[in-house]
Design a protein around this ligand. Structure first.
Ligand code: C2E
Ligand code: MG
Ligand code: MG
Length: 711
């Protein structure tokens, strides 16, 4: 029997033909072919032929219901039952099948492939006959063998088909699939996607040792480590960048796993996809989220995330002094150039090779995270100098003024954020004379906490009427009379007693409360001046104005209203501002000074000589008075240099027609020197410290009527 059906493995067709042929040669009532499921739990009918009416009675589908029958078929070539009713081998089928159908004898031949039972060929007779003939059995067995052959062909067809299906699918896939024999360490299979993505011809890969693969050549350490993991049965995944022979780069996302074939061979399966686009998109997003667009450094958010995981090392913090002012004066483009240059200097500072992270954490703030550095003192000074070097921006040479703070992270970890500590330390660094470098320590922290308390207390100080103005007399050395006073603020702190301005003015300035305090001072001073002028029309009042208050935008308005409200002669009110503050924003200051001068109000430069105003600006500002800083005055008798400076200031003021007051005059020698040189006004403990108003009034009264003192 060599039908085409058999050749093609069409089992059902072959079964039909087979039993039809059988029925022509052997007398049977019914012939049927059944195949078993691979677990031999069920059977299904493939073909049936015969003259018998089945009347809806069938052999059982569930083989597990007839274990004996199954066992017989498994262990014997066939079952030849002459009498189905009494044959014990078929007893499980008797009641429900043979008896109702009145089948008397049955011949059951197993269909086997390699000895494994795959199905059964059944011949059944209704007639009562004797045993099955050997020739009949022989024929049936031959037929069963033919059927087994067809079934085997069918199975192999199916297997081949599914194999080629898998192969097709693997070849079609855009994902790289590679099989590496872990015993020989050779690549046994790789699909088309691999050469599409990598540009490496497949012939070069198949049969190659895995160490010749790009993964090992370009990422050796990672590849070895992954291989070790695979051997341990772990699944490895990751993402790496490769370079093609033409120099182009691409990213690969991969999963590596181990599996064992039915024959026990160990293989690694490499599945990977190219994700260059996605990778680039992701890194761009990350760059946007974590980087500063201007300098390319990490941003504060990223820096904080790294800091959160850091428990030791050193945080180095850089702040630029006067950056805001620079920005306002030179414009934002130049401000950007300055920041870019500073970022560049920090990034390329040799010691920062070992930096864990460098970030721009504020508009003009940079932070560097270092693992322990041995010679921190030496190298922070070098950094300071490196950052202070002049920068050419446009046509101007700018000298950046950095302030550095250093925080030992281990010393604050768990209690304060290192960045907060750096913020605190940098405030102290800024106040330093010389190199603005400050190492954070606990004393700073305590001071900072105290300042924070003062800042809180300041908020209720005005409403609590805790401020009071004291007045220090100003003496005219030519006329030998007192011509006015400087108003100096004192704070009656509910817990700390009387506080001097040095302990709170800076804090008020930084927190912004200075505006409210300054307004109160101006108002109180003007009110007092008005009272004094009832007796002495030419009394002058000097009022200190802080930078923030000066540049706040409503000083002019405020002064103007106070002059009207208290009917003051404008020139009797003199505003004092330090030269450093005035030079902070020259353009703005010039405008404001001009406005105030037009109003007639006097302007005095306080602490003159300690800052760095140039002659050009002195001419440019409509200044009415300079106050020589008391550090020069106190040195007059001991320092020749101070004497020369003071003489020069006096000469200059006279030449520019600016009036002069010497501060801090404590001795008659100092007074004599000043008077001789032509300084006409003085203020100091020689005459009186600052006094409360009633005492001040008393002081003036006594000064004007020296006779009273005698009494
Ligand atoms: P300043 O304006 O230079 O005031 C002079 C300071 O020198 C006053 O200190 C005064 O008491 C002190 N002084 C006066 N004569 C002598 C002397 O002969 N020897 C010595 N050793 N010191 C003398 P004070 O009152 O502690 O004020 C300190 C600074 O606080 C002031 O310096 C001023 O810059 C600021 N300040 C005072 N009151 C105010 C205010 O109402 N507003 C603002 N913004 N600042 C104020
Ligand atoms: Mg003053
Ligand atoms: Mg002063």
């Amino acid at each position: 029997m060599h039908s085409t059906a058999k050749q093609q493995g069409d089992f059902t067709k072959t079964a039909e033909l087979t039993i039809e042929l059988l029925c022509q040669n052997v007398t049977v009532s019914l012939a049927s072919v059944w195949t078993f499921s691979s677990d031999q739990q069920t059977q299904s009918l493939e073909a049936q032929f015969g003259s018998m009416m089945l009347q809806d009675i069938h052999r059982p589908k569930r083989l597990q219901d007839c274990p004996r029958y199954l066992h017989e078929l498994q262990t014997h070539r066939y079952i030849d039952a002459g009498n189905t009713v009494i044959d014990p081998r078929l007893s499980e089928l008797a009641n429900d099948y043979f008896i109702p159908l009145q089948i008397h004898s049955s011949l059951e031949v197993g269909i086997r492939i390699n000895g494994h039972l795959e199905g059964v060929l059944c011949l059944e007779r209704a007639q009562v006959t004797s045993h099955w003939h050997d020739s009949e059995i022989h024929l049936a067995c031959q037929m069963a063998d033919q059927l087994a052959l067809t079934l085997a062909i069918k199975h192999s067809y199916e297997k081949e088909e599914s194999l080629s299906l898998f192969r097709c699918a693997a070849e079609q896939s855009k994902q790289i699939s590679m099989l590496v024999n872990l015993h020989t360490e050779k690549v046994e299979y790789v699909n088309q996607a691999h050469s599409d993505i990598t540009g490496i011809p497949r012939e070069q890969i198949i049969g190659a040792n895995l160490r010749e693969l790009s993964f090992f050549k370009q990422h050796g350490e990672l590849a070895e480590q992954s291989l070790a993991q695979i051997f341990k049965g772990e699944i490895v995944n990751g993402e790496v960048q490769f370079q093609r022979a033409d120099g182009s780069h691409y990213w690969i996302q991969y999963v590596l796993s181990q599996f064992i074939t039915e024959r026990g061979n160990h293989y690694a399966l490499v599945s990977s996809v190219e994700n260059t686009g996605e990778h680039n998109y992701r890194s761009e997003l990350e760059r946007l989220a974590w980087r500063c667009g201007l300098t390319g450094l990490y941003n504060r958010t990223h820096f904080n995330r790294v800091l959160e995981r850091t428990t030791q090392g050193v945080l180095l913090f850089v702040d630029l002094l006067g950056f805001k002012r620079f920005n306002d004066t030179y414009g934002h483009d130049n401000g950007d150039s300055l920041l870019i240059e500073i970022a560049h200097r920090i990034r390329h500072f040799p010691e920062f090779n070992k930096a864990i992270e460098i970030a721009r954490v504020g508009s003009d703030e940079f932070a560097v995270l270092l693992t322990e550095s041995n010679d921190l003192d030496y190298f922070s000074h070098r950094l300071y100098q490196h950052l202070s070097m002049p920068i050419l921006i446009g046509r101007e040479q700018i000298e950046p003024k950095p302030a550095l703070a250093i925080v030992d992270i281990a010393s604050v970890v768990g209690t304060f954020s290192p960045l907060t500590c750096a913020d605190i330390a940098v405030q102290y660094a800024k106040k330093r004379k010389g190199n603005a470098i400050q190492v954070f320590n606990n004393a700073l922290l305590n001071e900072f906490k105290e300042d924070a308390q003062i800042e809180r207390d300041l908020h209720s100080a005005i409403s609590g009427r805790q401020f009071e103005l004291y007045y220090q007399p100003l003496r005219d050395l030519e006329q030998n009379t007192y011509i006015g006073a400087e108003a100096l603020i004192r704070w009656h702190h509910p817990k700390r007693g009387v506080l001097f301005p040095a302990s709170f003015i800076n804090i008020a300035e930084q927190s912004g409360v200075i505006n409210a305090i300054g307004s109160w001072v101006l108002e109180a001073a003007c009110r007092q001046l008005n009272l004094w002028q009832h007796h002495n029309a030419d009394m002058t009042m000097h009022v200190n104005v802080s930078a923030r208050q000066f540049f706040s935008g409503n000083l002019f308005e405020q002064v103007w209203q106070l002059l009207i409200r208290y009917r003051l002669k404008p020139k009797t009110l003199i505003l004092e501002i330090t030269e450093t503050e005035l030079m902070g924003d020259v353009r703005h200051a010039t405008l404001l000074c001009q406005e105030l001068a037009e109003l007639g109000v006097g302007l005095a430069i306080d602490d003159f000589g300690t800052g760095y105003s140039s002659m050009r600006y002195l001419k440019q500002f409509p200044i009415s008075k300079l106050k020589i800083d008391r550090s020069f005055v106190s040195d007059l008798t001991v320092s020749r240099e101070s004497r020369e400076i003071v003489s020069a200031i006096i000469a200059m003021a006279n030449a520019l027609n600016i009036s002069l007051t010497a501060e801090g005059v404590e001795t008659v020698e100092q007074e004599a020197f000043l008077a001789k040189k032509g300084c006409h006004q003085a203020q100091g403990y020689l005459y009186s410290p600052a006094l409360r108003e009633p005492e001040f009034a008393q002081f003036l009264l006594l000064a004007q009527n020296p006779v009273l003192i005698a009494h």
